[in-house]
Design a protein around this ligand. Sequence first.
Ligand SMILES: *Cc1c(COP(=O)(O)O)cnc(C)c1O
Length: 387
Amino acid sequence: MFSFSERLKKLPPYLFVELDRLKAEAKARGVDVIDLGVGDPDLPTPAHIVKAAEEAVRKPENHHYPSSVGMLAFREAAAHWFEKRFGVKLNPETEVVTLIGSKEGIAHFPLAFVNPGDVVLVPTPAYPVYHIGTLFAGGETFYLPLRPENDFLPDLESIPKDVLSRAKIIWLNYPNNPTAAVATKDFFARVVSFARENKLIVAHDAAYTELYFDDYRPPSILEVEGAREVAIEFHSLSKTYCMTGWRIGFAVGNETLIAGLAKVKNNVDSGAFQAVQEAGIAALSGDQSCVEEFRKIFRERRDVVVEGLKSLGFELDPPRATFYVWARVPEGYSSAAFAAKLLQEAGIVVTPGHGFGEPGEGFFRVALTVDKNRLKEALARIAALKF
Ligand SMILES: *Cc1c(COP(=O)(O)O)cnc(C)c1O
């Protein structure tokens, strides 16, 4: 009797149907499946953050509708954290908005600035929400392939003039999911000047800036001169503080861009539960040694996987940030065939690269979201396979 809207019908097909079926089948056979597919940290939220939430839940003043832009105290904590981390001062009243997880903001943002027929420049392979938000706003996605020969950065020069003249937003995501690539401040500066020349909004998804390794520190695009005129940046507490289930993040940047997003939020949701925002304040303003500890854990896991895969002859660049390893499948395999083989013959789930977009074909993604010993077990199982 009812049929889905055209926008739902246009959603990209779910590419992991077959993999999910194989996973369920393996589990039903009693296989001890090692799931390296999900981008959700296995570690619990630090105790001091949970405690702040427990106390905040009990306060009657938190039991009412919050402000849709977020508590000023949360936005101040975010601005303070941002200045300490990136050296950029923000006005918490006009340049910060609280989000119900950064995905919420990323999905809603195009509704504020994209008209039907406008083009949005979206990297591929990528997190699917940039395209889906565009689709929901009635925009057209023009894909910018991220290729290894360009260090997984988009080639701005390759965008046709007629596309560029209709383009409203360019999406970026560094440190990158799924490729684990990073971008320099120089690259961000090039994008900012390109955006200013072409009257484009730069929307940067910065979900992984705190999951860095060794002496590398991912920059914010707002560190670049002139970025405040064209850029909005999406931050998340999900990966940094192992808080994926809490749904808390924030966007920072250009006042008009923040105001547009706030206007959408004001008319769609009524903001994040204040107790969750109080937990967020505890996370952003509290002792950061928990983040240091998470980085240490992910670095050890990265080393196990990078060294293990390399010793088995896999081709990959060791990631400098994120909790993913992006590696080439062995010769003679497609991403799908390789992922199916790992699952059927070794009980290991990895994400086939083409699932994030066609240029991801030939790669697979390993999420470092199980402990070191399970990763070692996974590598031992892979070592026993023949390719
Ligand atoms: C995990 C992730 C997010 C969003 O996380 P939230 O939990 O919604 O804050 C955004 N972008 C990328 C690339 C991610 O991997």
